[in-house]
Design a protein around this ligand. Sequence first.
Ligand SMILES: C[S@@+](CC[C@H](N)C(=O)[O-])C[C@H]1O[C@@H](n2cnc3c(N)ncnc32)[C@H](O)[C@@H]1O
Length: 370
Amino acid sequence: MNYRAVATCLFGLEKVVEFELKRLGIDVISVSDGRVSFEGTKTDIARANINCSTAERILIVLDEFDASDFDSLFDKTGEVVWGDIISEKDSFPVKGYSINSTLTSVPACQRIIKKSIAERLKRDLGVRSLPENGRRKIAIRFSIVSDRVTLMVDTSGEGLHKRGYRPNIYGAPIKETLAAGISDFARIGQNSTVTDPFCGTGTLIIESALRANRIAPGLNRHFAAESYPFIGKGAFDFARKEARENIVRNSKFTAVGTDIDPKAIEHARFNAKAAKVDEFVKFEVMDARKYIPSKDMIVVTNPPYGEKLMDPVSSGKLIGEFCENFFKYDFKGLYLISGQPDFEDIAGKKAKRRRKLYNGMIVCQLYMYF
Ligand SMILES: C[S@@+](CC[C@H](N)C(=O)[O-])C[C@H]1O[C@@H](n2cnc3c(N)ncnc32)[C@H](O)[C@@H]1O
């Protein structure tokens, strides 16, 4: 059976997700802001969850219809055979959003959809009531865009950025999916030499190592759909086995992360070990203002800026000092993400390419020099 599904992602990473899905042999149908739609079997759903380093979640589309009032939202939601998806032992939280639509109240839409599912479920399952707190959670998602409703079921569980290697948050770490996207823009591969002079807890270095060695980021975690009867553990076990076979052996990839904060370096070393990439990477304490690249090096980095670790004046000064020294030397590529609005003026050099990306709620640019 083929499912219609959506891979959600951070704005700016849609093309990277599309490419990742296509590399898995999955048929992409369309790409829009923060969403890549595709079609595939249950194994493809498992493959996408395990392998996609830049997707946030994989959702199966259950139905799509137009609704501009609560009655039609209720009636059309009830046309889905919910008894095929949810059992009487499950809980089914409903979450979603509405953009440019007549139905603007998200909490009200949430309530209507939940009520309609419950009514239909009782009929499908032949029961008079449903338990308040079912043991298994089957998360239902909806989107309403220009009065078009899409009902979906989440297959990922925890967001896909949770790889399992970063148990403790320290400082201002970049999201794993964004770091993976940056390493994709930097075209990091099995022969690359990579450095990050502001490495913090090592995310950009670790994601680069995973990408270079084709280690699927979801190999060591669990997914919600493993316990869904209509997808199941078998599909995930198969996709995991396949992903393990795809890991590059004998890669020449090496990476070094440096940071001025010894505590951050401790976290980076721990995380790299947990991600099982410690054989490829090293972390050392160093001031980035003294950093000297070499001509074969790809530098991926995320210096502190304004809103997060430093005030904008101090971060601007640091970036200026770093760039003044850095641009004296040859290097293969610099891919630097920053929210500093006047970055190129401070750096004293225009980037060859730029890409708007979101680091949490902060609008950033990825400045690409190569
Ligand atoms: C935005 S954080 C990087 C977060 C990192 N990408 C991660 O995922 O954890 C910026 C880092 O720059 C470091 N830093 C600040 N001043 C520095 C300097 N002069 N030299 C090297 N690192 C510095 C901070 O300690 C912090 O870890």
